[in-house]
Design a protein around this ligand. Structure first.
Ligand SMILES: [Cu+2]
Length: 223
């Protein structure tokens, strides 16, 4: 089943996948255990001629235990998941390493607009370039995206980078990733945002160093 996950080309992808696996095994185990028990009870206590069902009040402690015990188990497992994922959450979602490249990404119905700061590395200057749906980044570098929304809520999703972040109008939300393998990866919008949502798709181009320089030379000739 884990073979269904898209290829992982992110430095923190392994951490995300390990949490994913952890939750999957916990939920999977209890799904099989409870459904197995349900089927066992259906067969074991099925209607038989001459056997009358007992009358239960359901108000003493031994019966309340059927609710309280699962409650405690769920709580403990939930906290266990929380503790295990706290470090990963902090690493991926809080702050992040110092970026090598910063790109602004604006979601609007139904496109991703990438704004590159150009050779001066600053936004709001003459060499800024806006490109629709094409995000070009160097491999093995820390890339920070500043996510903005023009209309409704979108979700910036990089499946192969194990990154998903809501894009909220009125806010500039920073996210980061570091790709480990050159290639072309899809950027779907992962939040139903209107009629054209399913077609709202960009591409992430992860370039090896030489190709990235080549791309930058074409974008900013003479720099
Ligand atoms: Cu959408």
């Amino acid at each position: 089943m884990f073979a269904w996950l898209p290829e992982n080309v992110s430095t923190f992808g392994g951490d995300i996948d390990s949490i994913f696996r952890f939750i999957y095994y916990i939920v999977g185990f209890w799904f099989l255990a409870t459904q197995g028990f349900l089927i066992y009870c259906l067969i074991r206590f099925r209607r038989r001629p001459g056997r009358r069902p007992p009358y239960l009040h359901g108000n003493n402690l031994s019966q309340a235990a059927w609710i309280l015990l699962p409650l405690v188990i769920v709580l403990v497992l939930d906290l266990w998941i929380d503790f295990r994922s706290a470090d990963v959450w902090a690493k991926v979602k809080v702050g992040g390493p110092r970026p090598d490249v910063v790109i602004e990404v604006t979601g609007k119905q139904f496109n991703w607009i990438m704004t590159y700061p150009g050779p001066d590395g600053r936004f709001g200057t003459a060499d800024d370039k806006k490109v629709e749906n094409e995000l070009h980044v160097p491999v093995n570098k820390v890339v920070q995206v500043v996510l903005r929304g023009e209309d409704v809520i979108h979700s910036f999703f990089l499946p192969q980078l194990r990154l998903k972040q809501d894009v909220v109008p009125g806010r500039a939300i920073r996210a980061w990733f570091q790709a480990t393998k050159p290639g072309k990866y899809e950027i779907p919008c992962a939040e139903l945002c209107g009629f054209g949502h399913s077609g709202m798709k960009g591409w992430l181009h992860v370039h090896a160093e030489a190709q990235y320089k080549e791309w930058a030379r074409k974008m900013w000739p003479g720099s």
